[in-house]
Design a protein around this ligand. Structure first.
Ligand code: FO1
Length: 449
């Protein structure tokens, strides 16, 4: 495994020997660089390795819908690992309370964790690293080009990070080694995960819009690469074609590696412009989001935006708003705009919203709230609460781009928006059949297909 993916969280270099991989963001057995590295460190010392997952109650804005989707996927991963004789332990509680004790009890020589540049997961990792006197090594198993390696500062826009990624893409966009069955024994008594207890913590009786787990993720990827990729570039902005890969919830829970998607898309039988358009979204845009969250401590607030954007929004703070809605009106899709309401209903009913509609949806919140600060908070909370792929760097950057021009440029000045890029219903009409989209969501609402 390329050690440029690794970063020591407590200054101690990795040590071959008994290894534990604390799985968190990348919740899969296949194509997982953190797991691959744990195996390498163990095998280098003829020792053993195991995986542990800590089910923590305090993931920001996580609710039972998200937790149960995640647990369903974890059960499948645990089975895959056990089939490879790799023990999977499920701890329930806060990571800094549970993990150091577990690691000491099993006398591990190194703890591996994966990379997630959000404040709470980063704090979990920092606390655990500080509590242990063995190496705690972070492996970026999510980005094709490791986030800490590709740039050591906040990048201004896609155009500034793109060359840095493309320069080394060949080094990192490689095939994954296949996990071998483990022959050494990690521990005599492996307590099985208590899934019943885990599920009892998050009661949810609703349906899931998509099936959770690595198998379903790979099927969705194959279907996308075989059937939808070849109209991706032309149709990706049209919410009536779900050409947009339905992969984002699977990426968020790490049930498939974005790198696997890139490899499969490159091999697919489709025109180059469709492949390039998808790779741009998948690698450049997604890795730009991790870069923003890693290097901008205010990624979750409008204050993280660029000065030009904050200035222009401030200058238009007192412009008359034609409509002003409280959070609840947005949450229950009760605005005057049937298109906006359809987008919000799509997110509530299916846990996802089409990429193009997300931009329109967030920009209208800017237009129909008292202040840009309210707009930012409302959009983020709605996305984190209802989107299956919420609570993710991509979600934070999506809101920051739409409401506060992050990674975007200044546009013609206008009321309320100032120089923030404007979008309106006519713009949507020019892109797709708005009435068809509204009907489609109405149909889902009535319990139709
Ligand atoms: N990751 C965990 O390691 N433990 C959790 O309990 C946990 C809950 C959770 C709930 C909602 C959600 O969207 C994600 C959640 N995650 C959890 C994973 C999360 O996606 C992050 O990628 C990782 O926590 C980052 O380390």
């Amino acid at each position: 495994m390329d050690i440029r993916r690794t970063f020591s969280l407590n200054g101690r270099p990795a040590k071959a020997g008994k290894t534990i991989y604390w799985m968190s963001r990348d919740q899969r057995a296949k194509d997982n660089w953190a797991l691959i590295y744990a195996a390498e460190l163990a095998m280098a010392a003829d020792s053993a390795f195991a995986v542990l997952f800590c089910l923590s109650p305090d993931f920001p804005n996580g609710n039972s819908f998200h937790y149960r989707f995640m647990i369903n996927g974890l059960k499948e991963t645990a089975q895959e690992l056990e089939a490879l004789n790799i023990p999977f332990y499920l701890l329930i509680g806060r990571p800094h309370e549970k993990i150091p004790e577990f690691v000491r009890q099993h006398k591990a020589d190194t703890l591996i964790c994966d990379f997630m540049p959000l404040k709470v997961p980063m704090a979990w990792r920092a606390d655990v690293a500080a509590a242990l006197d063995i190496p705690v090594i972070e492996v970026d198993a999510h980005n094709v080009v490791p986030c800490r390696f590709v740039s050591q500062k906040q990048e201004y826009a896609a155009r500034t990070i793109r060359p840095k990624i493309h320069r080394v893409l060949g080094d990192f966009l490689t095939e994954f080694p296949k996990m071998q069955k483990q022959t050494t024994v990690f521990s005599e008594n492996i307590q099985k995960p208590d899934w019943a207890r885990a599920e009892a913590l998050y009661s949810y009786s609703g349906a899931f819009p998509i099936v959770s787990g690595a198998k379903a993720a790979m099927e969705t990827l194959r279907e996308f690469a075989d059937e939808k990729l070849s109209c991706y570039d032309e149709k990706r902005n049209n919410p009536n074609f779900d050409a947009q890969s339905m992969m984002s919830p699977y990426f968020h829970f790490g049930q498939v590696a974005p790198q696997r998607a890139a490899l499969d898309v490159m091999k697919a039988d489709a025109p180059d412009e469709d492949k390039d358009a998808y790779i741009e979204e998948l690698i450049i845009r997604r890795e730009l989001s991790d870069n923003y969250c890693l290097y901008n401590p205010e990624y979750d607030s409008i204050d993280g935006a660029d000065k030009w954007a904050l200035k222009t929004l401030d200058e238009h703070r007192n412009d008359r708003r034609e409509y002003i809605y409280p959070y609840e009106a947005f949450e229950t899709a009760q605005t005057h705009d049937t298109l906006w309401n359809a987008a919000q209903m799509q997110m509530r009913l299916t846990g996802r919203m089409h990429g193009y509609m997300r931009m329109y949806w967030a920009k209208k919140i800017l237009e129909w709230t008292e202040s840009p600060e309210d707009a930012f908070r409302y959009a983020l909370l709605l996305n984190d609460t209802y989107a299956l792929d919420g609570r993710d760097p991509n979600g934070y950057v999506g809101v920051a781009w739409s409401v506060a021009g992050v990674h975007d440029r200044a546009w013609t000045e206008r009321p309320v928006y100032g120089k923030i890029r404007y979008m309106n219903r006519n713009g949507c009409r020019s892109k797709f059949d708005v009435d068809g989209y509204i009907r489609k969501i109405e149909n889902i609402k009535k319990g139709g297909v």
